[in-house]
Design a protein around this ligand. Structure first.
Ligand SMILES: CC(C)(COP(=O)(O)OP(=O)(O)OC[C@H]1O[C@@H](n2cnc3c(N)ncnc32)[C@H](O)[C@@H]1OP(=O)(O)O)[C@@H](O)C(=O)NCCC(=O)NCCS
Length: 166
């Protein structure tokens, strides 16, 4: 499997349905526009039998972290920067759910951010999880920011460690 940049001429964005309207609408209306403005990048996993069908998508950009919301040890370690990679959106079409595609696109997104961090250093990856998806991210090593149950982070060093053998 391989993810490719969203191509509005090729991919059927209107068919995509993950069950969450804001995530469907973002793919249809915003993702391409934001990419053309260099504000974010959106990648899709195509259905190999019909490449215009989107199995899953994710959007990557950068964000600033409130260091006060990190555990003390990490606050000290990373006090020189507020920069973090952001998984701004991530969703799997309902027709393809529960078949491992969510895990695949999350790992793909983490690999891309890890690789970017080798060139432009930043210590954390952040995600704003939709209601019901927090445990999905916790399963892959994300931890909630202090006092923020839907906003989670993982350190680049933990991502490096867990992806070492993949
Ligand atoms: C959350 C989502 C990405 C999961 O996609 P998926 O393809 O069904 O997940 P996978 O089949 O890859 O599941 C991988 C593992 O995560 C677990 N998992 C999946 N969804 C989960 C959830 N919502 N909460 C907890 N665990 C979850 C699965 O049980 C599986 O665990 P296992 O390997 O021990 O069996 C998908 O349901 C989705 O797009 N939801 C709507 C949009 C959304 O909430 N996006 C995320 C927040 S922005």
């Amino acid at each position: 499997m391989i993810s490719v940049p969203l191509d509005k001429k090729k991919h059927n964005r209107h068919r995509f349905d993950c069950g969450v309207d804001v995530l469907n609408n973002y793919l249809c209306l915003m993702a391409n526009q934001q990419s053309s403005k260099d504000n974010s990048r959106t990648f899709v996993l195509e259905d190999a039998s019909q490449p215009e069908y989107i199995i899953a998508y994710y959007t990557l950009t950068m964000t600033a972290v409130d260091l006060q919301k990190l555990p003390t040890k990490l606050q000290k370690k990373h006090q020189a920067t507020q920069a973090a990679g952001l998984i701004a959106r991530l969703a799997v079409d309902k027709r393809y759910a529960k078949r491992g595609f969510g895990e695949w696109v999350l790992i793909d997104a983490l690999k891309k951010l890890l690789s970017t961090s080798e060139t432009i250093g930043f210590p954390l990856i952040v995600v704003d999880a939709k209601e019901g998806a927090v445990q999905f991210y916790e399963k892959f090593g994300f931890t909630a920011f202090l006092g923020m149950k839907n906003k989670l982070f993982i350190t680049i060093s933990d991502v490096r460690l867990s992806l070492k053998n993949t």
